[in-house]
Structure formats: C-alpha cells, structure tokens
Write a protein that binds this ligand. Structure first.
Ligand code: WQD
Length: 334
C-alpha cells in the first residue's frame, strides 16, 4: 500500500488525518519535532486506528536527517502540516515564523526532488484570502493581503509549491485552505491541546467549561453580523481529515496545482457557538463581551463547491457534533 509522510503529523489536524489514512489502508509515517505536540498523540493514533505508525522525532529544517528519512522510507506522497501556527506569536516573532515555516518547506521539497516523490498536499489556510475579499471566499480570488506573518507564510508556501510544480509537470500539488477546524475524534483520545493560554475560541470555551479559565471574552459584539459577534466557518476536524484523504486520492490521479477550500460553506457566530456548546453539553460557559481583537475581521466562510466537484467531499458533521466532541476530549484531559 502507498506510504504517506505526514510532516507535523503529531499535531491537531495531522493526528486526525493519520487516523483516517490508517483506516483507509495507507502506511503512515509521522515526522514531528514535538514543539507543539506530544509523543502520546502517536500512541493514541495507533490505539484508535488499531495499526502501527512510523515516527521520526526530527526537526525538518535539519537537511541531513530529513534526507536520511526520505532515503530510508521511499514515500509515495507528503502531507505537509509542520509549521508554527499561532497568529499572535507570528506578529511578535516574524523572523522565527518565516525562518521555520519556509525552511521546513524548502527542505522537504528538496528531499522530494532528490528521492522522486511527486505528490504533496499542503495545509494552507483561509487566512490567505486576507480581509478585502467578499464572502463567501472562492479559490479564484486574489490572495496574499494577509494580516499577520503566519498567514503570509501560508501564502508564500502556496507560491513556492506553485512555482516548483510549474517546472515539474508530473508533480501533484493540492493546497487545502482550511477554515476554522474544531472538534475531536469521538474517542476523546486526540484533540486540540494548545500550549499555554488558548488563542482560538473552542479550546478557550472547553477550558472555561472545565473551570481552567474563569470566563470567555467575546471579542466584540458590534460587528455587522447576525448578532454582532464574529462569524466563522467551523469545520469538524474529522471532516477535515477526510478532506485530506480525498485530496490524496485526487493527487494520485491528477498532476498540476489545485487550491481547494475545506469548509462547510456556513457561518456561525461566537455567541451562537457558545450557546450551542452550552445546550449540547448541558453546561454553563461564563462569558462577557469585550473589545474587538486586533486583526480580526467580522465574518468569513467558504464557497465549498470546488471540493464537492473535484474531490466529491463535503462536510457531514454539525456544529453540535463539534461541540460534543470538543467537550468529550477536554473532559478526558488530566
Ligand atoms: C474565531 C472567532 C474571534 C477567541 C485563526 C487563524 C486561522 C486558523 C484558526 C490557526 C473570532 C472570536 C476567539 C476568544 C473570541 N489557524 N474569539 N474570544 O482568528 O478565525 O482563525 O485560527 O490555527 O488560520 O487565522 O480563529 O478561534 O481565534 O477566532 O471572541 O477568546 O472567535 O474574534 O471571531 P480565527 P479564532
């Protein structure tokens, strides 16, 4: 069976994708430096899937170690998750973000060229659309006016992959633009486990429900949206993982470059998400209205038609499922 490298595969999206690919019969190898994940995720992946997974604890900026791994493993494709991903941190430490996220990508691409690996799926983000595009976001829209270095690294990596594919006509490149991934595998063994104070909304909600945080601050309720709070396109991480499996199948049968939105095509406000979480889990989530967060935009969600047309993929799980599974994972944490 085909062997797939998941760079950053011990992380939130990567671990769920590993489970999905193992269940579909692929051999999976994870390369991760565990800077924002832990080894326990690897054994939990194996427990859920009932299969073993290869694991290299390496920094993918290390050219020698990365090349050695490619030489030994003979991969058929790469799914590229590895990279720093905290929006706020990227504003404070731009050089660290550009160095790490671009360096990893260039090292992986050079190893792919050296060892004849022709397929790569990239973990991109809706943030590449920037704040100026009309909603819903469509793949043909102009990208690149990103509001933070994290988003700009995603835009730059999309460009690098596009340029490399232009001179390698037999390469397959799929740029997956995620909207807002939340939720967890129903087993409760893997999920979103941010280090320190969560940047993102759902882990803040679950930690507040658990009493780790005192309250959720809703960043603004004066936006021109359904109830004044920010609106996003939330997608269950298990749906997202299946989107990667569909993209991989596409890459095995099609050369060229495709950017594809992975979203539900529907928007949910902050207050709607908090209310759904309280209803589904029968628990109170103390929350207050605070000022807007710098860099936030009022509302964005996906036009999801291309993923349906090209990958025959669409989201199946609801916001209620996301709230239930996120809480189930949080309750299982020590
Ligand atoms: C969602 C909504 C906030 C926290 C970013 C990246 C994206 C992706 C996910 C990285 C917004 C509001 C949040 C809180 C709040 N990648 N909010 N109180 O900013 O849409 O997307 O993270 O992982 O590429 O851009 O996600 O979860 O931070 O915010 O009111 O304590 O929740 O204002 O409306 P965002 P988010």
């Amino acid at each position: 069976m085909s062997k797939i490298l998941l760079t950053g595969g011990a992380g939130y999206i990567g671990s769920h994708t590993a489970v999905t690919l193992l269940k579909e019969g692929y051999d999976v190898v994870i390369a991760d430096n565990l800077s924002n994940s832990d080894k326990q995720a690897v054994s939990n992946i194996e427990k859920i899937a009932g299969k073993s997974v290869g694991f290299y604890e390496i920094d993918l900026c290390d050219r020698d170690k990365t090349f050695d791994m490619f030489k030994k493993e003979n991969f058929d494709a790469v799914i590229h998750f590895a990279g720093y991903k905290a929006v706020g941190e990227s504003v404070a430490k731009p050089c660290m973000y550009y160095r790490n996220n671009i360096d990893i990508t260039l090292t992986v691409l050079e190893a792919m060229a050296e060892y004849g690996v022709k397929r790569i799926i990239f973990s991109s983000s809706a943030t590449v659309y920037g704040p100026l595009n009309p909603i819903p976001y469509v793949e043909t829209m102009k990208t690149g006016d990103c509001t933070n270095p994290y988003g700009t690294t995603k835009f730059m990596i999309e460009k690098i992959l596009t340029d490399v594919a232009a001179v390698n006509p037999d390469m397959s490149v799929v740029l997956l633009r995620y909207f807002n991934p939340i939720g967890a595998d129903p087993s409760g063994l893997i999920g979103e486990k941010p280090q320190g104070i969560p940047n993102n909304l759902m882990p803040y909600i679950t930690q507040t429900a658990k009493g780790i945080r005192e309250k959720v601050t809703v960043f603004g309720n004066d936006y021109p949206t359904v109830d004044g709070s920010g609106v996003r396109d939330y997608i269950h991480v298990v749906d997202l993982a299946e989107g990667h499996a569909a993209a991989l199948k596409y890459a095995f049968n099609n050369a060229g470059v495709e950017a594809i939105n992975l979203g539900s095509g529907r928007g949910t406000s902050v207050l709607e998400l908090i209310n759904a979480f309280e209803r589904v889990n029968n628990i109170k989530v103390p929350h207050v209205i605070g000022p807007r967060r710098d860099g936030d935009i009022a509302e964005f969600y996906a036009d999801a038609t291309k993923a349906k047309k090209l990958l025959n993929w669409e989201t199946k799980l609801s916001v209620d499922d996301m709230c239930r599974d996120s809480w189930n994972f949080e309750k299982n944490q020590k």
